[in-house]
Design a protein around this ligand. Structure first.
Ligand code: SIN
Length: 528
């Protein structure tokens, strides 16, 4: 038996973008429901360590223009300047409002402390709890949500957008933990459901990051883009030979390098100085690719982050210190063994910086969205910033679009979807579509997933997630196979150079009539 309820706005996800939007929407008088797979606040936001990149005007030599330039510098020529400008310029006010909501950033007196991360030309990143910025932001937003009495449907997975005969989104279908179906009828659905790190066996992302939002949006007729640019974080803790490296891995924040730690190979050689002028603080794609090359060259499973020269490591980086201690490493005396792991989806559902996706009634904000801010490689600590700024702006768009169309009846969504076992998907993507891809490997991954795919109605949360991962894998492989160059996070070993003449453009992906991802024809022709 399917239950049905109504709202003005359904927000999918309860991280920084989702809760910021939901709180603003409720404050503006919209009947707002937050749908979240686990408990409120269980998504990726709480695991973010480094911080929020923001120019507050109190650091000599820094400016909004420098933050824009650094974002473009990291993004490999695919950022959209207007999006970068909007998000960077919206940062100071968004951070001020977040602090008014109760988030406590690390400060010395009245002045917020700053750190530096890869790709930043200035000390610009505000942080909380040392290296627990996401956890503090999530705490503040969850507390605000509770004190405001926000309606939260936890333990429910979003299945599909409900659409009327004209293709307009008119609500959301969901499943509860026992697989019971429900329908939320609403004129606006905001996806803020995070990324798809779980496509890979080893990731910094929690188990919730299965790409449900991107899959749902594609099925609703939206366009996705930049999906091939999966950012690998250069440094997650490697816990030793034979240890279980699958699932969510402990992050070693880039701020450790920002405050002086140096990457070394097993002989002690500090290899980043020869790779990039900013050495260990090069943009993240450069560092992750250099580590991968060094591991291959030296025949090792990890490199080492030498933080032994840093004072007060345990106080400044309590989360990293605790992860290291759990595997018997003391960063004060031992170099930290690290490897890259899947970390952030630079691409996603194409949306503008007001969250509009092009499908009436469907909005997207945060990691699920591709606004043009990140281009081919996200600048460190720009993601919490984007979630805050676009989360707020999306609610203003929902309010402005209200009443444009009457809410009509939904048509039946397609019940059966292609789905493969997620371990097959993760193995194929990890082996063939991580850092360093080539045509043969991408085709092998595609064939392996194809062979494991059946068409069936998803059963429960796991079924919905597996269907999303299957679709995302097909879409990432399609985009990665089409982009025959190396750019940002997309490293093609068979096309090692960047091709700005023919390929300086994003690849829009949509579903064809049979539900398979395809690159919209001639997308690279006449590239910017
Ligand atoms: C980190 O702390 O290194 C991660 C920050 C980010 O991904 O922006």
């Amino acid at each position: 038996m399917t239950w049905e309820a109504g709202a003005d706005l359904v927000v999918v996800g309860s991280g920084v973008a989702g809760l910021t939007a939901a709180l603003d929407a409720a404050a503006a008088g919209l009947r707002t429901v937050v749908v979240t797979k686990d408990g409120i606040g269980e998504g990726s936001t709480r695991w973010a360590q480094g911080g929020v990149a923001v120019v507050l005007g109190d650091i000599a030599g820094d400016s909004l223009e420098a933050h824009v330039a650094d974002t473009l510098g990291a993004g490999g020529g695919l950022n959209e300047l207007a999006a970068v400008d909007t998000v960077v310029r919206g940062g100071p006010d968004a951070v001020r409002r977040l602090r008014e909501r109760g988030a406590l950033f690390d400060a010395r007196g009245a002045r917020l402390e700053r750190t530096r991360e890869g790709g930043h030309s200035a000390l610009r990143v505000v942080h909380a709890g040392g290296d627990a910025t996401g956890a503090e932001i999530e705490r503040a937003l969850v507390e605000a949500a509770r004190s405001e009495g926000l309606t939260v449907l936890d333990g429910h997975v979003a299945v599909d957008a409900l659409r009327d005969a004209a293709g307009r989104v008119v609500g959301l279908s969901v499943l509860d933990g026992d697989g019971r179906a429900g329908m939320l009828r609403a004129p606006a659905v905001l996806l803020a459901s995070g990324g798809y790190g779980q496509l890979y066996a080893s990731t910094t992302n929690p188990a919730t990051a299965t790409g449900d939002g991107v899959a749902l949006a594609l099925r609703a007729g939206a366009t996705a883009s930049d999906l091939e640019f999966v950012q690998f974080h250069p440094t997650v803790l490697w816990s030793g030979p034979g240890s279980d490296t699958a699932g969510r891995r402990p992050l070693v924040t880039e701020a450790v390098r920002g405050e002086g730690a140096v990457l070394r190979d097993r002989t002690g050689y500090a290899f980043m100085a020869a790779v990039h002028e900013r050495a260990d603080l090069a943009p993240r794609d450069v560092v992750a690719a250099a580590i991968t090359r060094r591991m291959i060259e030296t025949g090792t499973d990890c490199v080492y982050l030498d933080a032994t020269g840093l004072d007060g490591f345990a106080r400044r980086f309590p989360t990293v210190h605790a992860s290291c201690a759990a595997v018997g490493i003391d960063p004060a005396t031992d170099p930290i063994p690290v490897t890259p792991a899947a970390h952030y989806a630079c691409g996603g559902v194409v949306a503008d910086t007001d969250g509009r996706t092009g499908v009436p009634g469907l909005y997207a904000a945060g990691e699920v969205a591709r606004t043009g801010l990140h281009g081919a490689n996200r600048l460190a600590s720009n993601s919490l910033l984007e979630g805050l700024v676009v989360g707020e702006r999306a609610v203003r768009a929902v309010l402005a679009d209200r009443g444009l169309a009457a809410l009509s009846a939904p048509v039946e969504p397609t019940p059966a979807l292609p789905v493969a076992d997620r371990t097959v998907v993760q193995r194929a993507m990890t082996t063939c579509a991580g850092i360093g891809r080539d045509a043969t490997g991408l085709a092998t991954a595609s064939d392996a997933i194809e062979a494991a795919t059946v068409t069936a109605a998803p059963v429960g949360r796991a079924g919905v997630e597996d269907a999303a991962l299957t679709l995302l894998a097909q879409a990432v492989l399609t985009a990665a196979g089409t982009r025959r160059e190396t750019r940002g996070c997309h490293v093609r070993t068979d096309f090692p150079d960047r091709d700005d003449v023919h390929q300086r453009a994003s690849l829009p992906i949509r579903l064809d009539g049979s539900g398979r991802p395809m690159v919209v024809a001639d997308a690279l022709v006449g590239a910017a």
